[in-house]
Design a protein around this ligand. Structure first.
Ligand SMILES: Nc1ncnc2c1ncn2[C@@H]1O[C@H](COP(=O)(O)OP(=O)(O)OP(=O)(O)O)[C@@H](O)[C@H]1O
Ligand SMILES: [Mg+2]
Length: 390
């Protein structure tokens, strides 16, 4: 989308240029004007599709020019940016058809949401919105990394989805090693250090490619914290990721920090992983209390019980009661297959397709991604060749 920016503020212009160029399709600043008068007097030869007007220093006698600007580019969408909204100007802007008003300093998320709305209204882009699914272990070693990485692979392999896994461990992230023997050339902190380059192609170039439709972004490998990773970086990464992948799976470390918190905020579903044992339940309760205190709705939190063995003293119902949340899936204890897979760095579905744990992952894929497949004939049955009736 070609855009005209009207502002004296060169820093704001640079900020918008960066945010705009990170989008797909990009919002391209093709021209700029120092103020309303300048914009009205020097019409662009080719009308822009978007006009961004910084109204912070529009003075009273200039306000009427808002109408003229609107008439100058009747087909354009308008976005008004303002430090303190002036009533009179706002009314004029609304009358001139400017529907998007954003407060300065610019909140990147609000900016992108406004551009999304403009694009949809202009019929420019059918917005592709991938889903973000976060896996988080209630207790160390519950299996969040094993499940998130292998589930990501299964989702790509079985449901033919384009999947990205992001390892959000602040330190000692190891997700890549669970499914690959490649050494990551780039990590999450490298991306944050070059966030202005962020787009689909750049993101893809930073991944360890496990399959053509499954890539892993390795954890920040930066013990000295030389790169300042900010929550806003996460917004940018997830926004681009959603546009380019059907599913973005997060391996969230047990230590929740500002960056992983921002990722959790944006998750469509959160899967706390725990085992059916008292210490896990205790830690699970703490985690769920945190998630609830953050205001995440009940239905977004979906428990997974890993290494589940029927007939134990504790029952699933006890766990559900203790945690006040439903278990959506159980993964059986399958020591040999899991250990082989982890030791070799090969997804369990690839290594032992008919193992209990691989089957369980396929069921989870069906649950999450392939309801429609399930309606015709179970994905599970197709893959493992069970008979229609069996
Ligand atoms: N269903 C399973 N059956 C048997 N073993 C399993 C199963 N799931 C995971 N494991 C084993 O448990 C070990 C720990 O799992 P994993 O590293 O995924 O835990 P985690 O929750 O990510 O731990 P951390 O908190 O350290 O990040 C793995 O080495 C794996 O082999
Ligand atoms: Mg882990």
């Amino acid at each position: 989308m070609k855009a005209l920016m009207i502002s004296k503020d060169s820093l704001l212009q640079a900020e918008i240029a960066t945010q705009g160029s990170a989008r797909t399709p990009a919002v391209q600043l093709v021209a700029s004007r120092k103020g309303l008068r300048d914009a009205v007097e020097r019409q662009l030869p080719e009308a822009p599709e978007l006009v961004l007007l910084d109204a912070s220093d529009v003075c009273g006698d200039e306000a009427e020019m808002v109408d003229r600007l609107g008439k100058l580019y009747p087909a354009a969408s308008f976005m008004l940016l303002t430090r303190d909204p002036q009533q009179d100007l706002l009314i004029r802007a609304m009358r001139a058809g400017m529907r998007e008003v954003l407060q300065l300093p610019l909140a990147h998320r609000a900016f992108h949401e406004a551009i999304d709305r403009i694009e949809v209204a202009a019929g420019l882009s059918p917005v592709h919105e991938g889903k973000v699914l976060a896996f988080i272990s209630c207790k160390g070693g519950s299996g969040a990394t094993f499940l998130s990485t292998n589930f990501g692979y299964a989702l790509a392999a079985l449901a033919d989805k384009k999947v990205l896994l992001i390892d959000l461990h602040g330190q000692f992230g190891d997700a890549t090693l669970y499914v690959s023997d490649q050494k990551p050339a780039m990590t999450l902190s490298d991306i944050c250090a070059q966030i202005s380059r962020m787009d689909g192609a750049f993101l893809d170039s930073c991944l360890v490619h496990v399959a053509s439709n499954f890539g892993v972004l390795a954890a920040a490998d930066d013990p000295h914290r030389t790169v300042d990773m900010k929550p806003e970086h996460m917004d940018t990464i997830l926004r681009v990721a959603r546009q380019h992948y059907d599913f973005v799976v997060l391996d969230v470390g047990r230590h929740i920090d500002a960056v992983s918190l921002r990722a959790l905020d944006q998750a469509d579903a959160i899967y706390p992983v725990l085992q059916l044992a008292l210490p896990d339940i205790r830690d699970g309760r703490r985690l769920l209390d945190i998630l609830r205190s953050l205001g995440y709705p009940h239905e977004r939190i979906r428990l997974i019980v890993n290494r589940y063995e029927k007939g134990g003293k504790l029952r699933l119902a006890d766990l559900e009661q203790a945690l006040g949340a439903d278990v959506v899936h159980t993964v059986p204890n399958d020591y040999l297959s899991a250990t082989d897979s982890v030791n070799q760095g090969v997804p369990v579905l690839q290594l032992s397709r008919s193992s209990l744990v691989a089957r369980s992952l396929a069921e989870l894929v069906e649950l999450v991604a392939a309801r429609r497949v399930a309606e015709s004939r179970g994905l599970f049955d197709r893959i493992f060749g069970r008979n229609e009736g069996g």
